[in-house]
Design a protein around this ligand. Structure first.
Ligand SMILES: Cc1cc2nc3c(=O)[nH]c(=O)nc-3n(C[C@H](O)[C@H](O)[C@H](O)COP(=O)(O)O)c2cc1C
Length: 388
């Protein structure tokens, strides 16, 4: 069996395979509430055979959303629609994960197709969506044309920690199997641990220990609220790719400290900090971030998930086989083909007769293949890319 399709277990949390859906914001929520769009978007990946299906970045408080369309989990009313989603994902033998987020200085942004620029008066006019004041470790803005965020006071920081704890309790009530904390891509927790964005000189900034105090406190508060038997992931930007910024060595140190606080898996992404620093150059290519996952896995003795530019089954399998990661996460390729995991299983020789597909689909597809074989049309239709 290809390692990509071997089960994976942490605590009581068991995945049927190593293919995970990377969080993908849909910008379709209203007041943070999930709706039919989120259900359909996420259900496809469970039907498509992924072992773990993550929701998009879900705000732990209203001001912590990146855009007006982000999901949220800051009030109990938001639980029910998510419960419907977790129930369906689990009914297909997949696990359901939620990514909890606070955007910090990156909050109050337009949706990508509205420009990824700060919300302003035009949004009020066009969409009845007003800007709000973002918060960050300092008042340095996220980008050149961005308004100054409010530098967070001690009470603001403590408020965010409690919001993560309360959202974790709601995530449990919504039936999720895994929480992933979004501490990457220039969101609040990344803003705190990177020395480039956290230039505070109080208890929450300065040396490594003080800059990582907030992410570690978030891990601890979630563990207080989140059942012992459920898994906790952290998505980090394992390097800023900028001189003087956060490094892979820092990530190994942080991973060791997170593990001591009950974190099970480090999801290794990179970059995205923003601020007045030069746009980083990084080695983009297939599975380009998998070496980062490998360094964290070896250096901190913790399970890792690799993400970024993974679309070939063989590459995904090799990332795991080579010991760089325990899990792979895919985003854009799953938008292109929500059945990617099922096709990958066939391509890697783990499924010949659509046996991994839901019978309502697989029975028909297998029958069509058998008919085609009889007709001498032996083309394998599992995937046009598979050469028999
Ligand atoms: C539509 C879309 C929305 C995304 N939203 C999130 C998000 O909410 N949280 C997150 O951590 N990453 C987000 N990402 C980044 C992906 O999770 C992933 O890290 C990135 O796309 C690289 O993987 P890929 O090459 O497989 O697409 C998003 C990506 C896409 C394409």
């Amino acid at each position: 069996m290809a390692v990509l399709f071997e089960p994976f277990q942490i605590r009581d949390f068991k995945l049927k395979n190593r293919v995970c859906v990377s969080p993908m914001s849909q910008y379709a929520a209203i007041d943070g509430y999930a709706n039919d769009w989120h259900f359909a978007h996420l259900a496809r990946f469970a039907l498509g055979g992924c072992g773990l299906v993550f929701t998009e970045a879900t705000g732990v408080c209203r001001e912590g959303r990146r855009t007006h369309g982000d999901l949220g989990l800051w009030e109990n009313g938001q639980i029910e629609a998510l419960r419907r989603i977790t129930r369906f994902i689990q009914s297909q033998g997949s696990a359901a994960g939620i990514q909890l987020a606070h955007a910090g200085r990156k909050a109050s942004e337009r949706r990508p197709w509205h420009g990824e620029t700060p919300v302003d008066a035009e949004d009020v006019r066009l969409r009845d969506e007003s800007p709000w004041r973002a918060m960050g470790p300092t008042n340095e803005p996220y980008g050149e044309a961005w308004p100054e965020p409010q530098a967070m006071a001690d009470a603001d920081i403590r408020g965010v920690i409690s919001a993560f704890g309360a959202a974790a309790a709601r995530a449990d009530a919504a039936g999720f199997d895994v929480i992933e904390v979004y501490a990457a891509h220039g969101f609040l927790l990344h803003q705190f641990y990177s020395p480039l964005s956290n230039t505070r000189d109080d208890a929450w900034g300065g040396d490594f220990d003080r800059r990582t105090k907030l992410p570690l406190a978030v891990a601890s508060v979630i563990r207080e609220q989140w059942p012992e038997h459920k898994a906790l992931f952290f998505r980090i930007s394992a390097t800023d790719w900028i001189d003087g910024g956060w490094t892979i060595e820092d990530s190994v140190r942080l991973a060791i400290a997170l593990k001591a606080r009950g974190v099970d898996v480090i999801d290794c992404s990179s970059g995205g900090l923003g601020g007045p620093h030069p746009v980083p150059r990084f080695p983009l290519g297939p599975a380009f971030q998998s070496d980062l996952a490998g360094s964290v896995r070896a250096g901190a003795d913790i399970a890792t998930m690799s993400v970024g530019f993974i679309w070939q089954a063989e590459v995904a399998n090799t990332v795991i086989k080579s010991g760089r990661a325990d899990l792979v996460a895919l985003a854009r390729e799953l938008l292109n083909d929500p059945n990617w995991a099922l096709r990958a299983a066939a391509e890697l020789g783990d499924d010949e007769n659509y046996s991994k597909w839901a019978p309502a689909f697989g029975w028909w597809l297998d029958k069509r293949n058998r008919v085609m074989a009889k007709l001498g049309l032996s083309e394998n239709l599992v995937s046009p890319t598979i050469k028999k």
